[in-house]
Design a protein around this ligand. Structure first.
Ligand SMILES: *[C@@H]1O[C@H](CO)[C@@H](O)[C@H](O)[C@H]1NC(C)=O
Ligand SMILES: *[C@@H]1O[C@H](CO)[C@@H](O)[C@H](O)[C@H]1NC(C)=O
Ligand SMILES: *[C@@H]1O[C@H](CO)[C@@H](O)[C@H](O)[C@H]1NC(C)=O
Ligand SMILES: *[C@@H]1O[C@H](CO)[C@@H](O)[C@H](O)[C@H]1NC(C)=O
Length: 269
């Protein structure tokens, strides 16, 4: 008994018994990108009863964006080997219909069982795919040396604090210096790249950001968080589909890329 517990611990430390290998998740993500470029979901290996959800609405994969060929100008992915999930930011700025797509894949064994995407386009929150593309390309997401990598708990806590602060302005948020936020086509770091420009002003009302779904990748200090953002969209008081992609370095937030959809143009604001 003690022996097997020791073995299990050793496995966890070395990553051997991680739920999913990084390689498997990388392959699934590469297949997802090929599927999106071709507009052929079947390129992605998924179960017969795969759940396909776009902007919080379950739908037939055949009527989703994954069934349209899309020109992919840029992609960035996180691989969560503990929870067997991935996060991919897809920027399609030169596509005839520009998009920014955030996708979370859930795997069981070698197959994808769930595909969730937040798909933004013209009229969504400050949407500008060309500007998003130019800013996201400038961000540095190099692998973090192993000795400097944060734990999953630290990475998750940084992103949670950012969203919790919207409901309680006293919650401290570990913003780094520099820190920059990409929000649709706006980049807070455009004037001074070495400053912390992520700090949010206090919202006129307090609200709780719910339905948080996480993808955590210690190698790049990455946290992809799907969530429902209340207050912003007048037609969706309980929250509009949104994703925040965080890069965390030594416990401090370096980048936030926010992709948010709106029911009506600019969420009616
Ligand atoms: C996705 O991003 C990786 C890393 O930057 C790059 O090597 C690859 O070519 C990209 N794939 C597509 C389909 O654009
Ligand atoms: C549907 O998918 C789940 C995993 O998400 C699996 O456990 C279940 O057996 C599947 N059901 C069928 C009918 O294939
Ligand atoms: C707000 O956050 C502060 C700091 O974390 C905490 O002490 C306080 O209890 C919170 N207030 C509410 C109403 O949750
Ligand atoms: C930019 O930000 C850094 C760090 O906060 C600060 O030291 C510097 O003075 C700022 N530069 C300008 C031009 O404001």
């Amino acid at each position: 008994m003690i022996f097997s517990v020791l073995l299990l611990c050793a496995g966890l430390v070395s990553g051997v018994s991680a739920a999913c290998s990084r390689n498997l998740l990388e392959e699934a993500t590469a297949a997802y990108l090929r599927a999106q470029i071709a507009g052929q979901p079947s390129i992605l290996l998924f179960t017969n009863n795969v759940t396909y959800v776009e902007n919080d609405a379950p739908m037939d994969i055949k009527s989703g964006v994954l069934s349209q060929p899309v020109v992919v100008d840029f992609n960035r992915s996180l691989y969560d080997t503990t929870d067997c999930v991935t996060y991919t930011e897809v920027v399609a700025a030169t596509n005839s219909h520009p998009y920014v797509i955030s996708t979370r894949l859930t795997l069981v064994g070698e197959k994808v069982t769930k595909i969730e995407s937040v798909v933004s386009d013209d009229g969504d929150w400050i949407f500008d795919a060309a500007k998003w593309l130019s800013w996201t390309k400038q961000e540095k997401w190099d692998p973090i040396p192993e000795a400097d990598q944060d734990s999953r708990a630290v990475i998750k806590a940084a992103g949670d604090a950012y969203l919790d602060n919207w409901g309680n302005f006293s919650v401290p948020v570990p913003y780094g210096t520099p820190c920059a936020r990409l929000e649709g086509g706006i980049y807070t770091g455009d004037k001074n790249a070495s400053a912390n420009t992520c700090r949010m002003g206090e919202f006129p009302e307090k609200f709780t950001v719910t339905n948080r779904r996480y993808v955590i990748d210690e190698v790049v200090g990455g946290l992809g968080m799907f969530n429902d953002f209340p207050f912003l969209d007048k037609a969706k008081p309980k929250g509009t589909p949104s994703t925040n992609l965080f890069r965390v370095e030594k416990g401090m937030i370096r980048y936030i890329n926010e992709n948010t959809v709106c029911t009506e143009r600019m969420c009616g604001r």
